[in-house]
Design a protein around this ligand. Structure first.
Ligand code: NAD
Length: 341
């Protein structure tokens, strides 16, 4: 099938071309994001492949449909950027990659915890400048500390296993209890108990109307003084202004994030020559006890291979008229109120 691939980076092209070798789809790569302005590029493409920051809203879908597009292939799990109802109305199928790197994300989360605790991000810069002072680099043993995991699906469970390896105690909160976490010795509790007793809190639930700004001033007030807060899930789980206040008072001892509520304006691009206009984000970068990565937790070779293989297999399924297990159907997903999974 002829596929217009939007938001292409060199690594997308490398992995998609390698995976496409036996499949023989005709892939055409475009660097810009898909939007109403760039949708004109899709004339003659029955399939369009997009990523997390492409805009697949109703007006864009109408332009696509008028130019013959019948399939949107998401190379990610989240689909909050796609108007599924509009797609269904226009007869456009939408497929996605539901899971591709739970180990990659959990391992990156552990990396943030270790770096923040032992101040490795600061030590790296100091040593390069000939500063071998240990002042300000004091950490704590992870052994016997308590890690609170919110959302114990694929990634949360793997993080639990990793942290048990360090001798941590596990507290967890999820609407659906995972017996595997209890086998590890973890204990399910309500959120106030998790907030009050965790030395480290890590977020692994999806962004939904219920979890939007789950970490706000009220939640922070219930936490231990000096708590380490980690978010590798979705930016809007955290109210950034409230967390900034918590960092200023010392209530939050350290913050590690791979995601940010307004990240679509920043992440995945080299903006090093530009003036960043987002003052909330810029304030975060000034704290010595804040470590930010730009949505790279998923970014492993295994994940890119899985994303490419599944995306192309999804396209082949639709091309050959087979049922695609990864197709998004409007009513259940919308009723489930999942904004990002
Ligand atoms: P998953 O579906 O396997 O697990 C999510 C868990 O969250 C489930 O157990 C679910 O019951 C639970 N949950 C749902 N609503 C909840 C609520 N209100 N409170 C508490 N728990 C709730 O998903 P996963 O594969 O483990 O991914 C977790 C999240 O990681 C995703 O939602 C996504 O936002 C994020 N993610 C980030 C990256 C990255 O690169 N940073 C990559 C992939 C996924």
């Amino acid at each position: 099938m002829k596929v217009a691939v939007f938001s292409t980076k060199a690594y997308d092209r490398q992995f998609l071309e390698a995976a496409n070798y036996p499949k023989k789809h005709e892939l055409v790569f475009f660097e810009p994001r898909l939007s109403q302005d760039t949708a004109i590029l899709t004339a003659g493409f029955p399939a369009v492949c997009v990523f997390v920051h492409d805009q697949v809203d109703a007006p864009t879908l109408e332009i696509l449909a008028a130019r013959g597009t019948r399939l949107i292939a998401l190379r990610c799990a989240g689909f909050n950027n796609v108007d599924l109802k509009a797609a269904a109305k226009l007869g456009i199928k939408v497929v996605r990659v539901p899971a591709y790197s739970p180990y990659g994300v959990a391992e990156h989360t552990a990396g943030l915890i270790l770096s923040l605790n032992r101040k490795i991000h600061r030590a790296y810069n100091r040593v390069r400048e000939g500063n071998f002072s240990l002042e300000g680099l004091l950490g704590f043993n992870l052994n016997e500390r308590t890690v609170g995991i919110i959302g114990t699906g694929k990634i949360g469970l793997i993080l639990g296993k990793i942290m048990r390896g360090f001798g941590c105690h596990l507290l967890a909160y999820d609407m659906y209890e995972n017996s595997e976490l209890e086998v590890l010795g973890g204990k399910y509790v309500e959120l106030p108990e998790l907030f009050a007793n965790s030395d480290i809190i890590s977020l692994h639930c999806p962004l939904t109307p219920e979890t939007h700004h789950l970490i706000n001033a009220e939640a922070i007030a219930q936490m231990k003084s000096g708590v380490m807060l980690i978010n590798t899930s979705r930016g809007a789980l955290i109210n950034t202004q409230a967390v900034t206040e918590g960092l200023k008072t010392g209530k939050i001892g350290s913050l590690g994030v791979d995601v940010y509520e307004q990240e679509s304006e920043l992440f995945f691009e080299d903006l090093s020559d530009e003036i960043i206009q987002d003052d909330v984000f810029q304030r975060l970068t000034t704290f010595p006890n804040v470590l930010i990565t730009g949505h790279q937790a998923f970014f492993t070779e295994e994940a890119l291979r899985n994303i490419a293989d599944t995306t192309l297999a999804n396209i082949t399924d639709v091309e050959q008229g087979r049922t695609c297990a990864n197709e998004l159907h409007t009513p259940p997903e919308i009723e489930n109120k999942v904004l990002v999974s």
